[in-house]
Design a protein around this ligand. Structure first.
Ligand SMILES: Nc1ncnc2c1ncn2[C@@H]1O[C@H](COP(=O)(O)OP(=O)(O)O)[C@@H](O)[C@H]1O
Ligand SMILES: [Mg+2]
Length: 370
């Protein structure tokens, strides 16, 4: 997938901008606060229909305006043209169209423009909160599987309803049970898909990690859930029993304690939890391997090359890791990179073909001759 042109209207600090992009590596450089991340945010928003920085769409609107628009002209690997357009207005909400056709269910569209984002907060994925790791799985699976996204939406709806009931003083078990069945119906698929993707990514991450770190260290990912069927046990049955046994405690606390919304991913290095045994450098290498594995996974599932978005991560990494990563990227599709220092990038980037520079300043962006 390639983004050939991006148009922004009243998005963040861009009033009105039309930016042509190129195949290969697009490097956006400029001072802090210029609007570099805003560009990556717009591309991500167009693909995922949400920001990675805020869940409040209103904050994305240029000061004192009441709506923003983002439009992208994409070419698929097969040579098909996609014009995606999203408008958000405070009064009318979010509207999406593709090639002029209105899309009412966003879940039917998400994944058609696959993206992989790597930003500074990802570098703590292996040390951060379980929520961050669940989000990683959800964003990946929502792009690769429309069924997953559909069930995720249904699951969240059921969870909200059950939690509201649990917060009431006297609630009938039969009412709770009907929402539990709904949770189980959707949650089983979420758990199965997550188990599958973790299994597959884990092998790939292991290979990439060894290649990047030039060590024989063994890294592994394991999906952790309280709903944990033993050999020969059925997931659905165990799910139902686990919910039932937690019900008294859940009534007391007013929230659902078990299920995919509480699960986690465990990262291991040589059989030990990375959280307590890995160095900072090992964490970083691991996350890069994980992101590259995510990229390969999406590419295979969608038969389409994802767009890579690297936000300001080069300051966080040493030259050796950057060079290795760029060498790996050399063979990939379109990449967007933000950095405050073009000089720094030129040192490592000159060896690569197909590098294009853009200068960003105070809400304007323009291509620069190399
Ligand atoms: N809704 C908005 N309206 C106008 N300006 C905004 C809005 N949201 C953020 N900004 C401005 O965008 C700039 C930050 O842009 P960002 O892309 O994060 O910078 P960087 O180039 O450092 O990545 C800041 O100057 C901020 O004031
Ligand atoms: Mg930034």
């Amino acid at each position: 997938m390639k983004l050939l042109e991006l148009r922004l209207n009243h998005f963040r600090n861009y009033q009105d901008a039309t930016i042509p992009f190129q195949e290969g590596i697009n490097i956006l450089y400029g001072p802090n606060g210029a609007g570099k991340t805003n560009i990556l945010e717009a591309i991500y928003y167009l693909a995922i229909t949400k920001s990675f920085r805020t869940s409040i769409d209103k904050h994305l609107i240029f000061s004192a305006r009441d709506m923003f628009r983002i439009q992208g002209l994409f070419h698929t690997t097969q040579g098909q043209e996609i014009v995606a357009h999203i408008a958000y207005s405070i009064t009318r909400g979010k509207h999406l169209s593709v090639n002029g056709q209105k899309i009412t269910r966003f879940a039917d569209y998400i994944g058609d423009i696959p993206v992989v984002l790597l930003c500074p907060s990802d570098l703590s994925l292996s040390q951060g909160s379980p929520q961050q790791r669940r989000r990683f799985l959800d964003v990946l699976l929502s792009q690769s599987s429309k069924i997953y996204l559909h069930h995720l939406v249904q699951y969240r709806r059921a969870l909200k309803q059950r939690n509201l009931l649990l917060q009431q003083t006297a609630v009938e078990d039969s009412l709770l049970e009907s929402w539990e069945e709904n949770l189980i119906k959707n949650g089983v698929l979420l758990i199965q898909k997550r188990l599958e993707v973790v299994e597959e990514l884990s092998h790939r991450v292991q290979e990439l990690y060894q290649r990047l770190s030039k060590t024989g260290d063994k890294v592994k990912m394991v999906y952790r859930s309280r709903i944990n069927p033993g050999k020969g046990q059925d997931l659905e049955t165990v799910y139902r029993e686990t919910l039932r046994s937690h019900r008294p405690m859940e009534k007391e606390l007013g929230s659902t304690l078990v299920g995919p919304h509480r699960d986690d991913l465990l990262f291991l290095i040589n059989g030990k939890p990375m959280k307590t045994f890995a160095s900072q450098g090992e964490h970083k290498t691991f996350v890069i391997a994980l992101k590259l594995a995510e990229y390969h996974y999406l590419q295979r599932q969608k038969s389409e090359t994802p767009i890579l978005l690297f936000d300001d991560i080069f300051g966080e990494l040493d030259a050796d890791r950057i060079t290795q990563m760029l060498n790996h990227l050399g063979s990939m599709g379109q990449v967007f990179v933000t950095t405050t220092s073009r000089n720094f990038f030129e040192k490592v980037g000159n060896a690569l073909a197909d590098v294009h520079y853009y200068y960003v300043k105070e809400g304007t962006i323009s291509p620069v001759e190399a």
